[in-house]
Design a protein around this ligand. Structure first.
Ligand code: BES
Ligand code: MN
Ligand code: MN
Length: 454
């Protein structure tokens, strides 16, 4: 049977199969889900075998297993490495979900559940595409290596060791990833840039223990006040980060790229509506897409300390805590930025408190040309899947593995994203549009087939 007809006929089966994966609560951050992580890895391995990959292995690591499989029976054809992740973010706060996070549900043309968009649904798109190719063609038309990890949402630490120990094994003509978004509904997109990240945690200590705020207040330092004052000083009135040297490595956008990015069909009004805030803010002098994709930021991700229980408690806490992070753009170096941030923070804090500073994770930013012939194949395939020519976008999220692969192998990285920016990744009511899930299967199958015809 013809590939596209076959795919059109399999929609019910696709979903039924995806539901199985979505029902496994493979939350990488929470140890109570360790056995679910193992189950998800096994599930993915089994599906890769069924899709025609012959050497499939579950590689144990210090944390969560990596699933690797390959099929190398297309001599003379390109070899690609497909990367994705089977782990998901925690689901809390649970009460904000309309339907349970690990019980897939369809509403209004969307499939809801944790991992539907990030990234189980998108990994499944490739599994189903490979399956369709094998069912209709008898064998896979290209050489493919598949690497699906279980630690992406917690920093991919085990993956670094694995990649460094298996460079020859992972070598390919291109890296393929589906873990990003489309610019908007109906606009297929190829992502050629991602921001990097350095993530920090600080603990600020004032008095050696909690104190009665009546007996001691007025004479002793309050670490929560120090924390609030500190964060109030990290941006200026134009919303620029005040860390000295922070912008030194930032590559300026060329006029051509700036023009291209600002002529994309991006709708600021729709964006503001998705955000739902009374008004937007951002670094002065840059458009929203530039702010999101091409400019670095500093964000506070969480602050805690003191008494937050019921009623009043008059206390001066001993400690204040915060998690915060910097999104980075080419050519900022995460290690250098971490040093600058730490130095600045220590300088700003008063002598009345001490500070423990930790870097929890980091990943380099990425941007690359899209001139390789593989991108033309991707264009044609996305047009088959979505009926419209794709646009080239950058995005603000981070996938540290992409940079690492690009640095290591210097190969083209083709990022075909089938999520949408408003699909609540990492939040309650995560979902994927069914049209993009099915369109994705068709696009990816045609992409792999098109690579064979090059
Ligand atoms: N799939 C996302 C990254 C992403 C989202 C890229 C949207 C482009 C558009 C990935 O799973 C993720 O959440 N990455 C983390 C970084 C990681 C080191 C924890 C991120 O971007 O915060
Ligand atoms: Mn992801
Ligand atoms: Mn994610």
């Amino acid at each position: 049977m013809n590939l596209n007809n076959y795919i059109d006929e399999k929609h019910d089966e696709d979903l039924k199969d995806l539901y199985e994966l979505l029902r496994i609560p493979s939350v990488s951050a929470q140890t109570e889900h360790k056995s679910d992580i193992e189950r998800a890895a096994q599930w993915v391995a089994e599906r890769l075998r069924r899709a025609g990959l012959d050497t499939v292995e579950i590689v144990p690591t210090k944390m969560h297993p990596i699933v690797y499989g390959e099929s190398l029976h297309a001599p003379g054809k390109p070899t690609v490495l497909f990367y994705g992740h089977y782990d998901v973010q925690p689901v809390e706060p649970l009460e904000l979900w309309t339907s349970p996070p690990f019980e897939p549900a369809i509403r209004g043309g969307n499939l809801f559940g944790r991992g539907t968009a990030d990234d189980k649904g998108q990994v499944h798109i490739h599994i189903r595409a490979l399956d369709a190719l094998r069912q209709t063609g008898g064998a896979l038309p290209i050489n493919i290596k598949v690497l699906i990890e279980g630690e992406e949402e917690v920093g991919s630490e085990s993956l670094w060791d694995y990649v460094n120990a298996n460079k020859a094994k992972l070598k390919a003509d291109a890296l393929i990833v589906s873990d990003t978004s489309m610019l908007a509904r109906g606009v297929p997109s190829i992502t050629y840039g991602l921001r990097g990240l350095s993530y920090y945690e600080i603990e600020i200590t004032g008095p050696a223990q909690d104190l009665h705020s009546g007996i001691f207040g007025g004479a002793v330092p309050n670490p929560l006040t120090a924390l609030a004052e500190l964060f109030a000083k990290l941006h200026d009135k134009n919303f620029r980060v005040t860390v000295p040297g922070f912008y030194d490595g930032v590559a300026a956008l060329s006029r051509t790229e700036r023009k291209a990015l600002n002529s994309l069909p991006f709708k600021p009004k729709a964006f503001a509506k998705t955000v739902g805030a009374p008004a937007l803010c951002g670094e002065k002098g840059y458009s929203i897409v530039e702010q999101l994709w091409c400019r670095p930021t500093l964000e506070i991700n969480g602050i805690w300390g003191g008494y937050i229980g019921e009623g009043a408690k008059t206390v001066i806490p001993s400690k204040a805590h915060a998690k915060f992070s910097t999104r980075l753009v080419p050519d900022q170096d995460p290690a250098k930025i971490s040093r600058l941030v730490e130095r600045h923070i220590r300088k700003l804090l008063p002598k009345t408190v001490t500070c423990e500073f930790k870097v929890l994770s980091s990943g380099k930013p990425w941007v690359a040309p899209y001139t390789h012939p593989f991108f033309e194949v991707a264009h044609a395939a996305l047009e088959t899947g979505f009926g419209r020519r794709a646009v080239f976008i950058r995005e603000g999220g981070s996938i540290p593995f992409v940079t690492q692969m690009h640095d290591t192998f210097k190969v083209p990285c083709v990022l075909l994203g089938f999520g949408l920016p408003d699909e609540n990744a990492h939040a309650p009511d995560e979902h994927i549009a069914l049209e993009n899930y099915f369109g994705g299967i068709k696009a990816v199958a045609n992409f792999y087939q098109g690579l064979a015809a090059l």
